[in-house]
Write a protein that binds this ligand. Structure first.
Ligand code: LLP
Length: 396
């Protein structure tokens, strides 16, 4: 949600609905999602590329079943990272051939499930994983399509916890792994085949330079593998497109992203796969909670909410910033603003949703909206302190 939009009664509007009305009808805290907004993003992505490009939504960002069912009707696929996500995708009408399976630590059970289901592709992250897939495929007598995940050693200039394509990260394989990978592929040539190369250099990318650099590094390798006879068809560039959490953050436009891909691929016969998560769902979710108490100390004013790091971990884990706004703008108090630490109920000092936020004078029972929480919000929630999960509402 880029701009705060209040109606004439001073109520914050989200996807055409008054959040105050929703808060009165539904017990807080809850996440609320703007499905039309999300479908709009998918549509923009679908139409942006000249290169044949398959969208595989990274469902780790938000795996709400109502959203997934709607996404599966858009003829896109998913990128999954666990057996739980694969099962959820199948339950939400994605076909096995729509599903990619990524992740560094796939277990035997997860791989057996994926191989038997004959999903589109398993993204391999290490030689030992390749051997495991080879052995399992052999046992199951199924020839499994694979992509190798390369680590191009680029610095995508994002939060260190969500950087993945740097040499010090656990993800992917640098080019020195190739001789070993090739010899394992040869050994298991009756059980697996390499049909793609995959990258994912990091999340919340606000510029495309590192992605460009990684394409420049890896496309020649793709071509040389092909020349050696590997039946490579797909180049998967991963996800990572950022969104604007702060007004001054300007993420790459989808058209610029598409131009980058097209510059590298449109004149080839390579099919591109992309794995966007945050860019599809992030701006189209809001977490609504209610202030329980205002507590004023000599140093601080705290607005203590009924939701916190148990429902939205990003601020505590990454120091991430989310805009916070009252869902009812009170004319009597709009001129007296204060600095507040907006905090949750959890017994941890890191349970801060927003530090030193300038907000109109707040009172207990006021509702607050925490914006841009459609991605990595509900999915990262926990039951710490045995707290109950927030509800999720989908506006259609
Ligand atoms: N593909 C792979 C292999 C990934 O690991 C990820 C995200 C994506 C695609 C989707 O990336 P996106 O388009 O959403 O940037 N919890 C963190 C983000 C972690 C991202 C992990 N991998 C956060 O809240 O910022």
């Amino acid at each position: 949600m880029n701009k705060l939009n209040y109606n004439s009664r001073g109520e914050l509007i989200f996807a055409g609905h008054s959040l105050l009305d929703l808060a009165k009808k539904n017990k807080t805290p809850f996440y609320v999602y703007d499905l039309k907004g999300m479908l709009g993003q998918i549509n923009q992505l679908k139409n942006a590329f000249m290169t044949p490009t398959h969208i595989h939504y990274a469902m780790k960002a938000n795996s709400n079943p109502t959203l997934l069912k709607a996404f599966s009707k858009q003829k896109i696929g998913v990128d999954t990272v666990s057996i739980g996500e694969i099962k959820r995708a199948l339950e939400c009408n994605f076909k096995p051939t729509d599903i990619l399976f990524s992740g560094v630590g796939k277990t035997e059970d997860e791989l057996i499930f994926a191989i038997k289901k004959k999903i589109k592709q398993i993204n391999v992250e290490s030689p030992e994983e390749l051997i495991r897939i080879g052995n399992l495929s052999k046992k199951l007598k199924i020839k499994t399509p694979l992509a190798i995940r390369l680590n191009p050693d680029v610095n995508p200039n994002t939060h260190p916890y969500i950087t993945t394509g740097f040499r010090e990260n656990k993800f992917g394989m640098d080019f020195s792994f190739l001789p070993e990978i090739k010899s394992i592929l040869k050994k298991y040539s009756n059980s697996v085949f390499l049909h793609g190369v995959t990258l994912h250099i990091g999340s919340q990318l606000l510029d495309l330079e590192a992605l460009e650099e990684s394409l420049v590094k890896t496309i020649p390798l793709f071509n040389s593998l092909r020349a050696e006879g590997y039946p490579l068809k797909f180049f998967d560039v991963g996800g990572g497109l950022g969104i604007s959490y702060k007004d001054y953050e300007i993420p790459p436009r989808i058209t610029d992203y598409a131009n980058l891909i097209d510059r590298h691929f449109s004149k080839t016969d390579i099919q591109v796969q992309i794995e966007p998560g945050r860019a599809i769902v992030g701006p189209f979710g809001v977490l609504v909670g209610q202030i329980q108490y205002i507590k004023t100390t000599e140093y601080k004013k705290f607005a203590i909410m009924n939701t916190g790091m148990n429902h939205l971990l990003r601020p505590a884990l990454y120091g991430a910033y989310h805009k916070i706004a009252p869902i009812k703008f009170n004319k009597n108090t709009q001129n007296s603003s204060n600095l507040y630490d907006v905090v949750g109920p959890i017994c941890e000092s890191s349970d801060v949703i927003g530090k030193d936020r300038l907000l109109p004078k707040l009172r207990s029972n006021d509702y607050l909206a925490i914006l841009d929480t459609g991605a990595y919000g509900f999915v990262m929630s926990s039951h710490y302190n045995l707290s109950l999960p927030p509800k999720e509402l989908v506006l259609k």
